[in-house]
Design a protein around this ligand. Structure first.
Ligand SMILES: [Zn+2]
Length: 357
């Protein structure tokens, strides 16, 4: 005899029921808010399916249709409990399939096929995710403890699973979890003190099916942070010394002049700005100071998985480096899901009187 496996938890069982083990059947009564069957009822599974049919105002279904209806209705109940907007289309299809189960029609028409076991597993993932998200509210991101942070990141990394894109239902669920992760944890927590990084990231975070707008950064604070940075000042000084010995002007927009690459040490700028300036213009003023125009044009995206060491070259503390490489790698996964989308970012930095000290 074939081994029976529970449609919900996929564990083997040998009770008389056709779809579910006894434990899962009990839980389903609770999940659906259907009061337990009277003792006199011999087949509690069939009884549940009949009650589900009644709930849906279907009164003359044969047993087979009742069982199919019950599966769809249970699936829908789990999806409703997950409460993600990304599931709306799928829920609508299942609702329609439920509507189309009729007592006197010959066939059962299906627009979406579902696996209760898949949905059950997804539901458990979301429960775990919600717990972690709740926990993350207790973390003090300003004085971040390395172990706490690493444990948290490690435990939540299951939502960045590329293989879950393969079915539309799990794609929608994992999309939603990743969206919430970036919104709540990263933008609101980890990057709370890093205005530019947080802003760039939140602009990349796209609602299901939407495209981000390009961004021009004009915040005084950001521009001043760049102007004040040692890296910016040293770089301009180097360029003037090297290229303006007997000239009053320097202009470069080649994008691959190694002399123009600036790597910022400030953790916010470091995380936010990758690549070199697209153009630098320097011109001597009459009072021997220099006028500097720098343009940084970058595509904000996460394209490649990064090794830890690439980030560890920064002067920032090691936890920050570990963090940024992990977040980068999560970002690559979310890009493949379309949760994070690329866009163009432009930063204009101007300094009218640059003085070489
Ligand atoms: Zn089960």
């Amino acid at each position: 005899m074939d081994e029976k496996r529970c449609l919900l938890c996929n564990k083997p069982y040998n009770y008389k029921y056709e779809m579910f083990g006894r434990g899962c059947l009990d839980n389903l009564y609770d999940l659906l808010g259907i009061s337990k069957s009277p003792r006199i009822i011999w087949n509690k599974e069939l009884y549940l399916c009949t009650r589900i049919a009644w709930k849906n105002h279907k009164f003359f279904l044969n047993k087979k249709k009742k069982y199919v209806l019950a599966q769809k209705y249970i699936a829908l109940s789990y999806l409703n409990k997950m409460n993600y907007e990304t599931l709306n289309d799928i829920k609508e299809k299942i609702s329609n399939d439920i509507k189309n189960i009729k007592a006197f029609s010959k066939n059962i028409v299906e627009t979406i096929s579902i696996s209760l076991n898949e949905i059950y597993k997804l539901f458990n993932y979301t429960q775990k995710f919600n717990e972690l998200l709740e926990k993350s509210k207790e973390i003090n991101w300003k004085e971040i403890d390395k172990n706490v942070a690493e444990n948290f990141i490690e435990s939540i990394s299951f939502i960045f699973d590329l293989t879950k894109r393969n079915s539309p239902i799990s794609y929608a669920v994992f999309y939603a979890m990743q969206y919430m992760f970036w919104q709540v944890v990263v933008v609101g927590g980890i990057l709370a003190n890093m205005k530019l990084s947080a802003r760039l990231l939140s602009n990349s975070l796209s609602l299901f099916g939407n495209e981000p707008k390009d961004l021009i950064i004009e915040d005084k604070e950001v521009i001043e942070n760049i102007q004040k940075s040692e890296e910016f000042n040293n770089k301009i000084k180097e360029i003037i010394k090297k290229y303006c010995k007997d000239k009053d002007k320097f202009k470069d927009n080649s994008e691959n002049n190694e002399d123009c690459i600036i790597e910022f040490n400030n953790k916010d700028l470091f995380l936010a700005i990758h690549g070199s300036p697209t153009s630098i213009e320097i011109e001597k003023n009459v009072d021997e100071t220099w006028k500097v125009n720098m343009l940084i044009e970058d595509t904000y995206d996460f394209t490649e998985f990064k090794e830890l060491k690439k980030y560890a070259t920064s002067n920032e503390s090691l936890p920050m480096s570990i963090f940024s490489s992990i977040l980068n790698n999560f970002g690559v996964v979310s890009s493949k899901y379309g949760v994070l989308k690329p866009y163009k970012v432009t930063i204009k930095v101007q300094k009218n009187k640059f003085v070489i000290k």
